[in-house]
Design a protein around this ligand. Sequence first.
Ligand code: FAD
Ligand code: 2HG
Ligand code: ZN
Length: 467
Amino acid sequence: MIDSSFIERVRQIVGAAGVLTDAGDIDPYVRDWRGNYIGKTAVVVRPANTEEVAAVVKLCAQTHTPIVPQGGNTGMVGGGVPDTSGDAIVLSLKRMTRIREIDLANNAMTVDAGCILQTIQNAALENDRYFPLSLAAEGSCTIGGNLSTNAGGTAVLRFGNARDLVLGIEAVTPDGRIWNGLKALRKDNTGYDLKHLLMGAEGTLGIITGAVLKLYPKPQRTCTALVAVPSPRASVQLLATIRGAMGDRLTGFELMSRVCVDHVITHFPSTAEPFEQRHDWQVLVELTDTLKDAQLEDALATSLEPAFESGLAEDAVIASSESQASALWGIREHIPEAEKARGKSVKHDISVPISRIAEFIERGDAALNAAFPNAQVICFGHIGDGNLHYNLSFPGATPSVEQTHAANSIVYALLDELGGSISAEHGLGQMKRDEITRHKGEVELDMMRAIKRALDPHGIMNPGKVL
Ligand code: FAD
Ligand code: 2HG
Ligand code: ZN
C-alpha cells in the first residue's frame, strides 16, 4: 500500500527531487497522449540512476507495491499509465539522461534509458555516425520506452525495429537486482538471449535502465520524394520497382490516403497541397546513400519512368532542398496530431505480409464503409513493412463502445484470415490485452504466462498490461 511511510522511504532513496506527490505535478504522468486512459497514483518516483531504480524496486518487491515504468509517455496503447485503483507507483526514467559512452571503433553508444531519442540521433550525427530509429514522437519519447515497445517508425524496412538496433541492455529485475547485460558484442551465443525478452515486454518483466545501441555510417546523400499513386495495390508494385532499382538505398516508404493529407492541411495551415491535382493516394519515398557523389535524384527519376508509363505512378515531387524534404515529411508526420485534433477514433496498428497489404485495404475499406457509411477510414503508415495505421474516425462524434467493438471485429477477423497481427509496432498495453487472447494460441500464451510468473512472481511489474 502506498501510505506516507512508504513515500517517506522512497524519498530517502531518491531524495526530494525524485518524488512528486502534488496532484498537479502528477497529472501528466497518469494520462496517455491520446487522452484514452486516465489513471491514478499517489506518487511519481523519478530516480536519478540505476542504483536508485534498483532500491525503489526492492522496496516495492518487499511491500508488493505495483510499478508502472514510464519514459516519454508517448505510447499509443495505455501501457505507460497506471490503472484507476491508485495502488501503483509511476516510475519515470526521465531524469536518467546520460550518454555514458560512444565507442566509434565498435560503432556503439551506451546510454541511460531516459535519453530522448532525438538526443541520441544528434549525438550519433555529431560523431559522424547514424542512429536510424526514427518516429514522429522522437523529440519526446525515450530510448527505454522505444526498446520496451520494440518501436518501429519510418526506417524499419532498411534498419529493422528498435530491437534490431541493440547490442546489450542493463535492467532492474522485479526483485530489485541489477542485471548488467551491457555487453557491446555483435556475436555472443551463450544461452538464452534475455535482452530480447525485456525488449517488447512493455515494462512487465523489469525496468530497462541502460542500453548499448548500434551505430551506422552517416548518410551523405538523402533524396525525399512524394509520389501520387492510383491505389494501394499500385503502391506495393511501386515498392518492388523502386527496391529493385535502388536496393538498400530505400530507407522509407510511407503510404497516405487522401483523407489523411486533407486533415493535415486543415489542422496545420503551414502545410500545402503538394500536387496540382488532388490524388487519392500518395507515397513518401526516402532514399539515402553513404557515398558523397551518389546521384539519388537522377536514379529515382529514372526508376519512376516505367512506373509512369504503366500507370503505377500519377505524379511525383522530388524535393530539391532540405526544407522541401522536411515539408514533405511534415505532411506524413503530422497525421497523428491532425487525427487527434478531430477527436477520438478507433485505432488499429496492423500488419500483414506485404504481399497481402493491398487486399487488406481493399477488403477492409469495403467492409468498414458498408458497416459505417458515415465514418472515415484514416489509412496511413509504413506500407514498406506491411504495417498500417488503419483508424476509423466518426466525424463530429466519439465512437461508441459498440461501434468500437464492431469495427475491431471487422478488422481483426480480416487480419486473422490474412495471417496478420493486431499490433505491429505500438504493443498491447491496456488497449489490446484482452483482444490478444483471441489471436494467439494457448501454447504461446502459456509460454508467455510462464515467463511472467518466473520473473515477476508477485505480479508487481506493470500489472494489467500485455497479459
Ligand atoms: P512510454 O509511452 O512512456 O511507455 C511505453 C511502454 O514502455 C509502457 O508500457 C511503459 O511501461 C514501458 N516503458 C517505458 N520505459 C520503460 C523502461 N525504461 N523500462 C521498462 N519499461 C518501460 N511508435 C512506433 O512504434 N512507431 C511510430 O512511428 C510511432 N509514431 C508515433 C508518433 C506520435 C506523434 C506519437 C505520439 C507516438 C508514436 N509512436 C510510434 C508511439 C510511441 O512514441 C512509441 O511507442 C515509443 O516507443 C514510446 O516511448 P516512450 O518513451 O514515450 O514510452
Ligand atoms: C505513426 O506512424 C504512429 O505516425 C502513430 O505510429 C499512428 O496515430 C497513429 O495511429
Ligand atoms: Zn507508425
